[in-house]
Design a binder for this molecule. Sequence first.
Ligand code: CA
Length: 361
Amino acid sequence: MDRRSFIKKVTVGTAAAAATTTISAPYVWPKGKTYLWRMVTTWPPGLPVLQTGAERFAKRVEELSEGRLKIQVYAGGELVPPLGTFDAVSQGTVQCGSSAAYYWAGKMPASQWFAAVPFGLNAQGLNAWFYAGGGLKLWEEVYAPFNVIPRPAGNTGVQMGGWFNKEIKSINDFKGLKMRIPGLGGKVIAKAGATVVLLAGGEIYTSLERGVIDATEWVGPMHDLRMGFYQAAKYYYYPGWHEPGTAIEAIFNKKAYESLPKDLQNILDAVAAEINIWSLSEFEAKNGQALEELVKKHKVKLVRFPDDVLKALRKFAEEVVEEEAAKDPTAKKVNEAFKAFKAKVGAWGQISERAYYQYIA
Ligand code: CA
């Protein structure tokens, strides 16, 4: 070996060794820029699954991003009023929010189909529509003019029909009934002759106890137990025809979302999906326990709405939904898509979930 080829070999060898060293050296994650975001919600401080779900969302985003995206969460009223959530996100006052789409019905009637429709899709059906039936794409279209990006981030499952101090034996029993029931459900019972009373969460219990209202709906056993309604009403009705699986939303300001690197955007999307399944699981697991406590410990009288009452409510609900859909072309488009999807999954559900539930019941 002459000197020249020796030097060449050594040089090549050193370069190869250097390359190997670089590859096998401990990889240091280039953390890059860190972001500090704020999230506002529609929920009271500490409200199980909803507010705690928003907090869990923030915690998981911070964990998965290894601290690159931190989100400070504010409950309803702490930074902006609860129903100011959408505007705060839209205007970029904050980067994100947690709420439910039907609260924005006054701004865009079409939003209601992305939260709950009386006698509409349940949680399973809504998630199928969002993720596999074009529903989320429509939802994005509806929010786009407001510079807001929506993601499904929770579901209450089928709610309860509500707490009543009068028995509902026929549709006529709704005549003159004073009930706290917001949104489309309220419009449905108004058609049946009821008086809809709007009350903030904190005023419901005393209003029910003092007879200012005859009935109220809230969520399901877990949340209703916490409100103590069993001490103020005699009958606990089911099913919650008016909210058969209310979807919770995570909303992002478009500019803020798009200013993030792609991997952080992916983390937000993935955590929203994680919280979606987490929240439905929490409701499913804990409603069962709470119902048992209400019935066994507090001797609550559980009553099913009679079939002919549900049938009459359903007819009114179909009218209400069509009236809402007629309010603007976007709502009409969303309603048509929703109905077409519901017809398809409904036909399948009849011979799958329904047939199975009936068998195991
Ligand atoms: Ca409700």
